[in-house]
Write a protein that binds this ligand. Structure first.
Ligand code: NAG
Ligand code: NAG
Length: 258
């Protein structure tokens, strides 16, 4: 509006100036209309408006229709969080029901006839023989006077020798009781070394016991016997005639499967 007023004033002044230079009565032709002026400047900013009502009241959810109008769209789901700690162990449950019976096994195969009772008895071999002679045993193979057991008879009393009939593994053991020193060896013709055992009885008053034994693997006709041998015994030992007692035992542990 102010710009428009300014334009009217300028036009009025221009018309006055042209009228001053002209004589009274002269009359020129009308001038051309002036060109349109340039646009005016922007007007001033208006006053600040009043503050609007709060969207949500501080002390409550506010007006439900207002909230619904203000509510935004549902966001996208968040990422899965980290796994939580392991829980407590649970109680052991009750036993389950028995399972179904398994399928039948394969048919067995024949691995040969079983042994008769008489054949099984033939696999036994055992003996226990005693020398009760009070003289000192001479330094050689020992002979025995009485038999406790000799079943089925593999110990030859005449020769004082066990003769292997059933190849297998045997256990032999002996004990002697005397008031003098004793040295005895277990001898097997299949072995290179004699197994020697000595007991030195220095007081010659009380009875001492000497023991020895071994497990031996024997083939048929191998022989095993007991020998007395000279070590450091004195004449007082070998000339003693008080009671002496030697027991010699042997039995088959198991026969070879050959
Ligand atoms: C040894 O034993 C045999 C048979 O039992 C017996 O006849 C003999 O008298 C005994 N000898 C001694 C010295 O005890
Ligand atoms: C027992 O041994 C003696 C002497 O070595 C021998 O003459 C005899 O034939 C043997 N007896 C048996 C049944 O082998």
């Amino acid at each position: 509006m102010a710009g428009f007023i300014g334009l009217v004033v300028l036009v009025g002044v221009a018309g006055f100036l042209s009228a001053v230079r002209c004589n009274p009565g002269c009359k020129g032709t009308d001038g051309h209309p002036g060109e349109a002026g340039s646009p005016g400047r922007d007007g001033l900013s208006g006053m600040k408006g009043e503050k609007g009502a709060p969207a949500v009241s501080v002390d409550g959810p506010g007006d439900q229709p207002v909230l619904l109008r203000l509510k935004g769209d549902r966001g996208s789901p968040g990422v899965v969080g980290p796994m939580g700690p392991k829980g407590f162990r649970g109680h052991v449950g009750a036993s389950g029901l028995p399972g179904e019976p398994g399928p039948l096994g394969q048919h067995g195969r024949n691995i040969g006839a079983g042994q008769s009772v008489s054949q099984q008895e033939a696999q036994f071999s055992s003996f226990s023989v005693i020398r009760n002679d009070s003289t000192y045993p001479p330094f050689k193979k020992i002979s025995f006077q009485s038999v406790v057991v000799n079943n089925p008879g593999d110990f030859n009393m005449t020769g004082g020798t066990f003769v292997c009939r059933i190849p297998g593994v045997y256990y032999f053991t002996f004990h002697s009781v005397a008031k003098v020193s004793m040295c005895l060896s277990l001898v097997a013709d299949s072995a290179d070394d004699k197994l020697t055992f000595c007991d030195y009885n220095s007081n010659r008053i009380y009875e001492h016991m000497l023991s020895g034994g071994a497990v031996l693997k024997l083939a048929a006709n191998n022989k095993v016997w007991l020998e007395s041998f000279q070590d450091e015994q004195s004449a007082s030992d070998t000339q003693d005639i008080r009671d002496k007692y030697i027991i010699f035992n042997g039995f088959l542990l198991f026969s070879n499967p050959e």
